[in-house]
Design a protein around this ligand. Structure first.
Ligand SMILES: NC(=O)c1ccc[n+]([C@@H]2O[C@H](COP(=O)([O-])OP(=O)(O)OC[C@H]3O[C@@H](n4cnc5c(N)ncnc54)[C@H](OP(=O)(O)O)[C@@H]3O)[C@@H](O)[C@H]2O)c1
Length: 318
């Protein structure tokens, strides 16, 4: 009986492997628009798809980033500057894309641009801290998607949204996890709505990777500023310096554990854009696959216990 079961599971995996290997045709005719191409995953994906022969439309936050990317890629790749927090910038970029793709429509939209903040307890922050991050990571994704949706529908193409394992388990305070939970929710509803039109929506959930978004020096500096300049006297009494020091140590340790191999993420993005049968969700990185994703399926009390035992404790606890 166990042998039959193992054979059945093996057969299912074999079928899935075969199904996922099939690639869409006419890739060199397809346009893909990627946000946040100055650095990190967006930059690598733009170069990777360019090498594969696709027509890449790369949006960079700065002209400097765009110039550097153009210098490393073929003439097929075109760049535009885009700030996803500004409606006029998104409208201009959408018009720019429309002029390039014409009647073919846009095959791929990759919502990759994002920022992070130092992880801190929520009560150290202000509403504006949350607004700043949600504007880029969530509202930016939504507005860019709404502006380009008619072009993606025309091509019966793909939307690839970059979330995070922090969109599955909320391990620290601040706007980052909230923004990624929002990306997950937006993508789920979008996938169901767009399935009627042959458009596929994929969510990328990376673990921790060494990019500029995870910079322990900047995070520690942010944390120090928050503590020195903004923390109220009550917060300072409750948490104390020892808590801040051990929080800083955790941030530095986390950076050391980050994976350097960004291709684990960009290969998932590429698969979502080029496979006939893309997955709905991709977990990228061993930490995501072996730790954070399984953790997201645990009962809440167990997740709470894991976080509790691994987090620094305020000085005045009950
Ligand atoms: N690295 C990780 O461990 C990790 C894990 C899970 C999810 N992610 C997600 O992956 C995505 C890419 O991040 P990354 O790790 O590759 O970091 P990154 O190298 O900092 O890339 C983020 C990109 O977004 C751009 N950007 C920032 N604000 C923007 C704005 N307002 N409008 C347009 N573009 C903007 C940045 O431009 P500048 O370089 O000019 O600032 C940069 O090119 C993000 O959504 C991030 O949340 C990262």
């Amino acid at each position: 009986m166990w042998l039959y079961l193992a054979a059945l599971v093996g057969l299912c995996y074999l079928l899935r492997w075969y199904r996922e290997r099939q690639v869409v045709s006419h890739l060199p005719d397809k346009f893909v628009f990627i946000t946040g191409c100055d650095s990190g995953f967006g930059n690598l994906l733009a170069r990777q798809l360019d090498m594969r022969g696709l027509k890449v439309l790369a949006a960079c936050l700065t002209e400097k980033g765009a110039k550097e990317l153009r210098a490393q890629t073929s003439d097929r790749l075109q760049t535009v500057t885009l700030d996803v927090t500004k409606t006029e910038s998104i409208t201009a970029a959408a018009q720019w894309v429309k002029e390039r793709v014409g009647d073919r429509g846009l095959w791929g939209l990759v919502n990759n641009a994002g920022i992070a903040q130092a992880s801190t307890p929520n009560e150290w922050l202000t509403k504006q801290d949350f607004v700043d991050i949600l504007n880029v990571n969530l509202l930016g994704v939504i507005e860019v998607t709404l502006s380009l949706l008619p072009l993606v529908r025309k091509a019966r193409g793909r939307v690839v949204n970059v979330s995070s394992v922090m969109g599955r388990v909320s391990l620290f305070g601040g706007g980052y996890c909230i923004s990624k939970y929002g990306v997950e929710a937006f993508s789920d509803s979008l996938r169901r709505e767009l399935s009627y039109f042959g458009v596929k929506v994929a969510i990328i959930e990376p673990g921790f990777f060494k990019t500029t978004v995870i910079n322990s020096e900047i995070f520690v500096q942010n944390l120090k500023e928050l503590w020195d300049r903004r923390a109220s006297s009550e917060v300072k009494q409750i948490y104390d310096e020892k808590f801040v020091a051990s929080y800083m140590k955790t941030i530095k340790l986390k950076e050391q554990k980050c994976s350097q191999d960004l291709s684990l993420v960009t290969n998932c993005m590429e698969h979502a854009l080029t496979a006939c049968h893309p997955r709905t969700r991709y977990s990228a990185g061993w930490d995501a696959k072996l730790f954070y994703l399984p953790m997201s399926y645990l009962p809440t009390f167990l997740v709470d216990a894991i976080v509790y035992w691994n987090s620094p404790r305020p000085a005045k606890v009950l």
